[in-house]
Design a protein around this ligand. Structure first.
Ligand code: AMP
Ligand code: GLY
Length: 426
């Protein structure tokens, strides 16, 4: 079968790498892809917001499955447009992608189906939002309703910060995404990214990971798309996995089916695990980035079979296999990220770095400039390593980072610290 992946980041490079191992794969295309994907697949210069062009390409190349990486095309309805043309897609329909596309939709859905999450209010004007946070007090969390590339969330530790966030969101800081807000109770605990594959009626647990959202060491500085991740997280015991499937994933799949918008694809639940068990922070309707890089490094099964099963409404009747090793991904970002990243700086030494044991270097935001490889985005490389445990994977990933010659880049030096500290502590 021929497969087309949509997207061009580290997540899509990781998907390409895992799909390339599938025995039933014929040709693999990635649009737009990146220089890393080019080693495994054919990159295609297709604009991923041009659904008609994607349909034409799929017909011309006899694509049997389209795998959608990022959320924007899902929320824009690419799966519906492909389905109308008879093309199978891994990813939810536009109606099901509202779980990520509208935070208000997601919260109302949780309330209706009894899914544990923080108490909240949807607010459409500054005066009522201000009155609500003043009544509630800080800490409190202010969220733009729509997609804001991971930046539309302010965890306000003081009332002042909450009021400023409300003013700036209604003043248009996130455009249309901030025309409505969700104000939600602050949840305390440890964060966990949990992934389940869903075929519209059934779900299977896929894997868990922990992400590091802040740009600086010790979880300091502004939020980013994610500066590194590791899997499996020691926090995710088999009992917690079962609880998340039972209390959160299963009622979500059942609720979406009941609403006439069955969820097919990967459901990524962002959780806060506190004293009262796991609570939902947010839904995402695609693989996480950089979580996918770490998780797929451990994946030891036929990915195409599972993704096709989701798309066809018939997941395989078994749990996907993963290696017993741990995986850890360190993101190398261009100076300036998460603000304005410096573009075009040369990157050298990747081949030598990739020869280190257990290491894979995924491209997230790179470009070829003649013979040279240059930075072309905020998050640029996803340096991933396997090891017997998180500590070994971490040591290997940083050994590879240290071999990369890229003065224009930086990374956090403490990815995985929680898991490594837990181990040392016993
Ligand atoms: P989101 O984009 O919804 O994942 O939010 C970004 C980050 O804000 C999350 O990864 C959490 O660290 C934090 N966050 C979001 N909602 C809450 C909440 N209700 N309580 C505490 N932290 C939160
Ligand atoms: N790393 C978080 C995300 O992909 O949304």
């Amino acid at each position: 079968m021929n497969v087309l992946i949509l997207g061009g980041g580290g997540r899509e490079h990781a998907l390409a790498m895992a799909l390339a191992k599938s025995p039933s794969l014929s040709r693999l295309f990635v649009a737009p892809g990146n220089p890393g994907c080019a080693a495994l697949a054919e990159n295609v210069a297709l604009p991923i917001d041009d659904h008609a062009a994607i349909v034409d390409f799929c017909r011309a190349r006899e694509i049997g499955l389209v795998v959608v990486g990022p959320e924007a095309p899902l929320v824009a309805g690419v799966v519906d447009d492909l389905a109308a043309a008879g093309i199978l897609c891994f990813g939810p329909s536009k109606a099901a992608a509202r779980l990520e596309g509208s935070k208000g939709f997601a919260k109302d859905f949780c309330r209706e189906f009894g899914i544990p999450t923080g108490d909240y209010r949807r607010l459409a004007d500054a005066a009522s939002a201000l009155a609500y946070v003043r009544a509630k007090g800080a800490p409190i969390v202010v969220k733009a309703d729509g997609l804001a590339a991971g930046k539309g969330v302010v965890v306000a530790m003081t009332l002042d910060e909450a009021e400023q966030a409300i003013q700036s969101m209604f003043a248009g800081a996130f455009g249309g995404a901030g025309a409505q807000l969700v104000v939600e109770d602050y949840l305390d605990g440890e964060e966990l990214s949990f992934f389940a594959l869903c075929d519209g009626t059934r779900a299977v647990a896929f894997a868990g990971a922990q992400d590091h959202k802040r740009v600086g060491d010790g979880d300091s500085g502004p939020n980013t798309g994610g500066m590194g991740a590791y899997s499996p997280p020691p926090l995710l015991t088999p009992a917690l996995s079962e609880q998340v499937m039972r209390e959160i994933v299963a009622p979500t799949v059942a609720g979406m089916a009941k609403r006439g918008a069955p969820f097919r694809g990967v459901l990524f639940v962002g959780l806060m695990v506190g004293a009262n068990g796991p609570k939902l922070i947010e839904y995402n309707v695609r693989f996480g980035d950089p979580e996918a890089e770490a998780i797929l490094a451990r994946f030891d099964d036929d990915l195409l079979e599972f993704l096709l099963g989701c798309a066809r409404g018939a997941l395989p009747d078994r749990a996907p296999r993963f290696s017993d090793e741990a995986a850890l991904t360190v993101i190398m970002a261009a100076r300036g990220y998460p603000g304005t990243p410096e573009k075009g700086t040369p990157i050298r030494g990747l081949d030598a770095a990739a020869r280190a044991p257990g290491v894979t270097i995924l491209h997230a935001g790179t470009r070829r400039n003649g013979e040279k490889l240059v930075a072309d985005g905020g998050r640029v490389l996803a340096v991933t390593a396997l090891g017997r445990d998180v500590a070994e994977a971490q040591a290997r990933a940083y050994a590879a980072v240290d071999r990369i010659d890229w003065p224009g880049g930086f990374c956090r030096r403490d990815i995985g610290w929680r898991a490594v500290a837990m181990k040392k502590g016993g």
